[in-house]
Ligand binder design. Structure first.
Ligand code: PMP
Length: 407
């Protein structure tokens, strides 16, 4: 089943609006995606017909709210191949999920003299928590290098993974280079030295079909807002045995079993990690976003994006841009970072905006990677299910104009 992006576009009300009086061409889905009518309607329906707090109500409405919320957990588990909903902890997004692991599993398991390995292409979300952890514990943070094509130096894994490595944090897909990383290879090597692996799937979940058992990861995190869902919802997948043994993250209501004046016992997983009233409507919206993507078919999503990315890479290259990351679409997703020699990326983004085209410019929350690439910033166009070759053409026409401004 192939994906008809022109038809998909019609599912997204915002894409019918104008920007500076021109057709809106949204090429910043790696920052956040647009939302289909199905997701917006589902959240409205929740508020209009099902709203109550979850896991509390003895009344019918409370049961409806809980069913909607827990339904999203089932959809999430199915989406990533998790064997049990007990492995799915709802959070407000990738950043919170990674910090949850930092404050619970990592604090209990990473000590002075240990090592944490990340890669040179990590988003600050999967870097700063480990910097903070290492500063707190006296552990050492190491960075697996990338090569000139923006791929990981897997050949160096043996050097970077040692019997002191306790955790590997890596992205499945880079938000700057688009590189799709060989997580399973790293997971096998990490497990062989007794380390755990946490996968940042913020960029992968919206675009790639994957299964946590095939990846053999211990933890995996992503955000709803990059995959057609609302802001304020995301998840942490954790292996059940690890979640069981981990101390709680936030303390408060709902995460307890029994409470005395001076101590308490904890609820079963995943509730142990979901203190307080969660972002209920957002989680319900995330479930609807997953169902929307499942209806399109993640293989069809990937196929569409590979074709479109190939077209975009060729066209962006043809105007003399430097492109960062692998050029073969089998090795990358639909994020294209580039620079035009004579134009600053911020100027580029401002000028193309005048033509209704939204792209991102900056360091993309990956400053160490920018340093490695030897640039302060890049422009970034990122494509999704509702983008077409026409959108790429609109970008190129607008970029040609931006070049014109500086000649
Ligand atoms: N990791 C990657 C690779 C990302 O692209 C992002 C979002 N830009 C994040 C983590 C953080 O996600 P969030 O801001 O939704 O927590």
């Amino acid at each position: 089943m192939s994906l008809d992006a022109q038809r998909v576009k019609k599912d997204f009300p915002i894409l019918e609006t104008l920007a500076h009086g021109k057709r809106l061409v949204y090429l910043d889905s790696a920052a956040t995606s647009q939302k289909p009518r199905a997701v917006i309607d589902r959240m409205v329906r929740f508020y209009e017909e099902e709203n109550a707090n979850v896991h509390r109500g003895i009344y019918e409405l409370g049961e409806k709210a809980t069913a909607a919320y827990e339904g999203a957990r089932e959809a999430s588990a199915r989406f990533i191949g998790a064997r049990s909903t007990r492995s799915i902890v709802f959070t407000k997004g990738t950043t919170e999920s990674i910090n949850l692991v930092r404050y619970t599993w990592a604090r209990a398991n990473v000590h002075e003299g240990d090592e944490v390995l990340v890669t040179e292409m990590e988003h600050h979300s999967n870097l700063i928590p480990w910097q903070l952890l290492c500063a707190e514990t006296g552990a050492t943070l190491r960075h697996l290098p990338i090569d000139d094509d923006g791929k990981l130096r897997i050949d160096l894994l043996g050097e970077y993974l040692t019997d002191r490595t306790k955790l590997v944090g890596m992205s499945l897909m880079s938000n700057v280079l688009g590189t799709i990383n060989p997580v399973r290879t790293v997971a096998d090597a990490a497990h062989a030295v007794g380390a755990r692996i946490l996968v940042d799937a913020a960029q992968a979940a919206p675009h790639l079909s994957f299964d946590v058992n095939d990846l053999d990861c211990d933890f995996l995190a992503f955000s709803a807002h990059k995959m057609c869902g609302p802001t304020g919802a995301g998840l942490l997948y954790g292996r059940e045995d690890l979640l069981e043994e981990m101390p709680p993250f936030h303390g408060g209501g709902e995460m307890i079993r029994e409470v005395w004046a001076d101590h308490a016992t904890w609820a079963e997983i995943p509730q142990k990690f979901e203190a307080g009233t969660p972002n209920i409507a957002q989680v319900v919206g995330m479930g609807a976003a997953i169902e929307y993507l499942e209806d399109l078919g993640m293989d069809a999503v990937r196929e569409h994006e590979m074709q479109l990315t190939k077209y975009a890479l060729d066209r962006i290259f043809s105007i003399g841009a430097t492109i960062y990351g692998p050029m073969d679409v089998h090795d990358r997703g639909s994020v294209v970072s580039f620079n035009l020699e004579e134009v600053h990326p911020h100027d580029m983004a401002t000028i193309v905006d005048q033509e209704g085209v939204c792209i991102r410019a900056g360091h993309h929350c990956a400053q160490p990677l920018m340093r490695k690439l030897g640039v302060p910033a890049t422009a970034r166009a990122s494509f999704y299910i509702y983008n077409t070759e026409e959108d790429v053409d609109a970008l190129i026409d607008a970029l040609e104009k931006s070049k014109g401004w500086f000649i």
